[in-house]
Design a protein around this ligand. Structure first.
Ligand code: 1HN
Length: 345
């Protein structure tokens, strides 16, 4: 390939003149922003072990009262982007949040979309748009863009959950802000009861739900049962995976990031093709190895790893006798909407 001219090839007076007028020559940077064949990725394959995070999170509980934190979170930051950027990938933010018994994380709403995947503990709840959603291990709770949300805890032991947001993208777009609110008045919903079965949807005098987000809580018990049912239905099915969807539209549950649950059969290895979006894997149950070209991670329960786009990932269930269950997040809805989605096989 033709070598392009460097900045140093240009006389200093010319460079100074450009700079003074806020002008930049493209050719010295062209290959950097448009590399041949495969994009440059700052996202580094990174793994965070829950056994490392938990004691530090509990210490944060002693060091910083909830009033001083609003959200008591340790951010899972990708060193490839710089830790201060607080991003796991180009579009994904990850954090582990701790709420102690009796604490309350006050109501607010913001432009980035969030979900929570409950890691451990009983008795916490998130009120979203007036619906008080109970938080149980493995549940997925949506707090989509613009919806009021607050967290509380009536239980007796610490509750921890994984936050997944599209904050890096929304911040990059200079569209990220929040508004604080008063404690929400709750009504009868708890986020999941209007669409408890996939095949039927609530209908009021022949009108279907007009809510942008008709389901706010995806109970793990239902998702897990769906995966087991899918696996039993076709013993030859390799990819036992479900997508968290908006049941009224069939589209992804949120606009920017995609969320999935995957079951690996006992001893199974599954190769996920190299696709353009970055991905996150969080182990709900079992023991799983995640392997890409240059890294191998061993995930124990509640561990989380991220993988850049354009990398094939092979997941292996390390147990020979039990299934494993993985929660996944990726940037697919974003890539598809922007028309840059690719599957390279
Ligand atoms: C947020 O609103 C929550 O509501 C958690 O629990 C983490 C990280 C960045 C921006 C907003 C929450 C967040 C966040």
């Amino acid at each position: 390939m033709q070598e392009l001219g460097k900045l140093e090839d240009l006389p200093q007076h010319y460079r100074d003149e450009l700079q003074a007028l806020n002008l930049v020559p493209l050719w010295p940077s062209l290959r950097g922003v448009l590399p041949p064949g495969v994009p440059a990725r700052q996202t580094r394959p990174t793994c965070w072990a829950y056994q490392d995070i938990k004691p530090l999170l509990l210490q944060a509980g002693e060091l910083t009262p909830i009033e001083k934190a609003e959200r008591r979170v340790l951010v899972l930051a990708n060193p490839g982007h710089g830790l201060e950027k607080m991003q796991a990938s180009a579009a994904i933010y990850l954090g582990m949040q701790l709420l102690l018994p009796g604490e309350w994380a006050p109501s607010h709403r913001h432009t980035p979309n969030a979900v929570r995947m409950v890691v451990e503990g009983e008795g916490a709840w998130t009120t979203v748009d007036g619906e008080k959603c109970p938080m149980q291990r493995g549940d997925l709770i949506l707090t989509p863009t613009g919806l009021w949300h607050e967290h509380g805890h009536d239980g007796t032991a610490p509750v921890v959950w994984l936050d997944v947001l599209d904050l890096p993208l929304v911040y990059y777009m200079e569209a990220s802000y929040h508004i604080n609110g008063d404690r929400q008045h709750t009504h009868t919903g708890r986020g999941d009861r209007q669409h408890v079965r996939a095949g039927v949807a609530p209908t009021r005098v022949f009108e279907r739900s007009h809510k942008a987000y008709p389901v706010l809580r995806y109970p793990w018990a239902e998702t897990r049962a769906s995966l087991l049912s899918l696996a039993a239905d076709d013993p030859a099915l390799e990819c036992v995976q479900v997508t968290y969807i908006n049941p009224e539209t069939g589209h992804d549950a949120e606009n920017i990031l995609g969320f999935y649950a995957l079951m690996l059969r006992p001893g199974q290895s599954l190769r996920l093709p190299a696709r353009s979006p970055a991905q996150v894997f969080h182990l709900i149950e079992g023991a799983v190895q995640a392997r890409i070209t240059d890294s191998t991670f061993r995930l124990a329960e509640a561990d989380t790893c991220c993988v850049p786009g354009y990398e094939a990932v092979t997941l292996t269930n390390l147990h020979a006798a039990q299934p494993a269950f993985v929660f996944m997040a990726d940037e697919s809805p974003l890539h598809r909407k922007l028309g840059v989605y690719e599957n390279r096989g």
